[in-house]
Design a binder for this molecule. Structure first.
Ligand SMILES: *[C@@H]1O[C@H](CO)[C@@H](O)[C@H](O)[C@H]1NC(C)=O
Ligand SMILES: *[C@@H]1O[C@H](CO)[C@@H](O)[C@H](O)[C@H]1NC(C)=O
Ligand SMILES: *[C@@H]1O[C@H](CO)[C@@H](O)[C@H](O)[C@H]1NC(C)=O
Ligand SMILES: *[C@@H]1O[C@H](CO)[C@@H](O)[C@H](O)[C@H]1NC(C)=O
Ligand SMILES: CC(=O)N[C@H]1CO[C@H](CO)[C@@H](O)[C@@H]1O
Length: 437
């Protein structure tokens, strides 16, 4: 009997050992918790692979690592991401973007009217909450969280297709300034997409985690997030494994599109100088705008870029045909920096404010983290480096820093091995964001 027991015991032990050893050679388990960045203009989804300890950002059908935060309604379907954006020109009244600016927010009716005037689609007031009026398959009112849910559903499907397993759980990021209601409505958007949210994490905290700062020996982290239209600066203080947002400031009217606008104005003036008249055709201005956007991106890598755009100019004779011309102009990085010098300086204003409010000297900031595509601009990096007297952390793609950090948090929540310190946040209930215009 004792012998049998010991044989059985050995067998169990052998099985256990085989299982333990086998684990190291078997493919690691598929991640079951995804990390989501539901941005104002772009969204991304990523997972943490426990085996290799790497974050993988998941692409769409075209392999693109972010999708535009755009949802377009037609009579037969709802299109999210690039498919939605493609419809924007032909279906402007039913193509909703910037929904994040409305989610879970309570508006005074005048504020909402002012906001809605900025958009080609109709925003209506439902007892203080914003709703979008869509006329595709009949007329319907859709909520900002419904728009969010379509984007989240699209990303959930991208993840399921890529991983080959069903995905039901996620971690999601929100701006540090979001109040409890805005957080709740963001969770509701995820629930509508069939996702259970295990944790909501602040965007600047996620960016800090992307750099491994939750594990590093740092106490003060300053996060500069400069996107297409807004600048957000947050001062984080780490105590043990906890991130506390000490101060926030920003400028909700400063971003990449303002820098492009300066370049566009310059190009218009050059056209007037070369041909005597500025372009007036809508399509010409559209193409010029695209060329300028391309040149701006090139100037972050190269010292110069050439604008080359075919235009049809109206030369004064109202009956005469438009004159086809080829506009060519060399742009230098130096010129781009001159045109935007005053705007670039404005970036330092909220940085100074968070330091004052956090009662911290600039020398006490341990790490500076850059988020958002516009922080690729060399002059902006240089200004920030000069201000702090040290280089900012730039090794993570600034467009993917937030989703990378959210995926790390998702990996921790999913019980990924090796276990890591989780970034717990202290709620910033009484903190207010200072905004500059
Ligand atoms: C159009 O609306 C009707 C009524 O609300 C609904 O039953 C139908 O499923 C909708 N069709 C599509 C394609 O969304
Ligand atoms: C409108 O909102 C107020 C305050 O949030 C609430 O008390 C009231 O019940 C709401 N009315 C309707 C019709 O939903
Ligand atoms: C947010 O959701 C929680 C949990 O469902 C609830 O207790 C709380 O009252 C909600 N807060 C707001 C402001 O909606
Ligand atoms: C930007 O760079 C690419 C590749 O170097 C080039 O094909 C394109 O024409 C450039 N665009 C501008 C506006 O300089
Ligand atoms: C240039 C710079 O500051 N690099 C830092 C980025 O963050 C890591 C921590 O993960 C530091 O070790 C680097 O020195």
């Amino acid at each position: 009997m004792a012998g049998e027991m010991s044989i059985l015991g050995s067998a169990i032990l052998a099985l256990f050992l085989a299982g333990y050893l086998g684990q190291q050679y078997l493919p690691p388990p598929k991640p079951r918790v995804i990390g989501l960045d539901l941005g104002t203009t772009f969204c991304s989804v990523a997972v943490f692979h426990p085996g290799v300890g790497d974050v993988e950002v998941i692409g769409d059908q075209g392999g693109r690592k972010s999708i535009p935060s755009v949802v377009s309604f037609t009579a037969t379907d709802v299109h999210a991401g690039y498919e939605g954006q493609k419809l924007a020109d032909n279906n402007p009244h039913n193509t909703i973007y910037d929904a994040k600016r409305f989610i879970g927010k309570v508006f005074e009716s005048e504020d909402l009217e002012r906001e809605s005037a900025r958009y080609p689609f109709k925003v209506v007031n439902n007892n203080g909450s914003a709703e979008f009026l869509v006329t595709a398959n009949g007329t319907l009112k859709v909520s900002p969280e419904f728009i969010g849910s379509r984007l989240l559903l699209k990303m959930r499907k991208m993840a399921e297709q890529h991983l080959g397993v069903p995905v039901l759980k996620a971690v999601i990021s929100v701006p540090a300034e979001f109040d409890e209601r805005q957080r709740n409505y963001t969770i509701r958007a995820a629930n509508l997409a069939g996702l259970d949210i295990l944790r909501v994490i602040n965007e600047p905290t996620a960016a800090a985690m992307a750099y491994g700062l939750h594990k590093a020996d740092v106490s003060n982290v300053l996060v500069v997030d400069l996107g297409g239209g807004t600048l957000d600066v947050s001062l984080l203080n780490k105590q043990g494994g906890m991130f506390l947002t000490r101060a926030m400031a920003g400028n909700n009217k400063l971003g990449g599109q303002d820098f492009s606008q300066r370049l566009l104005q310059h190009a218009m003036e050059r056209i007037r100088q070369q041909f005597g008249v500025p372009p007036t055709h809508k399509e010409d201005i559209h193409r010029l705008r695209q060329a300028v956007e391309g040149a701006k991106l090139n100037l972050t890598i190269h010292p110069s870029a050439t604008l080359r755009v075919a235009l049809r100019l109206e030369t004064g004779d109202p009956q005469g045909p438009a004159k086809p011309v080829l506009f060519q102009d060399l742009l230098t990085r130096e010129l781009f920096e001159e045109l935007n010098a005053d705007l670039f300086q404005k970036i330092l204003v909220p940085i100074q404010t968070v330091l004052e409010e956090g009662q911290l000297d600039r020398a006490e900031v341990d790490e500076v983290v850059l988020v958002g595509g516009s922080t690729r601009i060399p002059r902006i990096r240089q200004l920030i480096a000069q201000f702090f007297g040290k280089d900012p952390n730039t090794s993570v793609d600034p467009d993917l820093a937030v989703v990378t950090g959210v995926a790390i948090q998702a990996g921790i929540m999913g019980g990924a091995w090796p276990l890591q310190v989780s970034a717990i946040e202290i709620p910033n209930r009484h903190l207010h964001k200072t905004n500059f215009k």
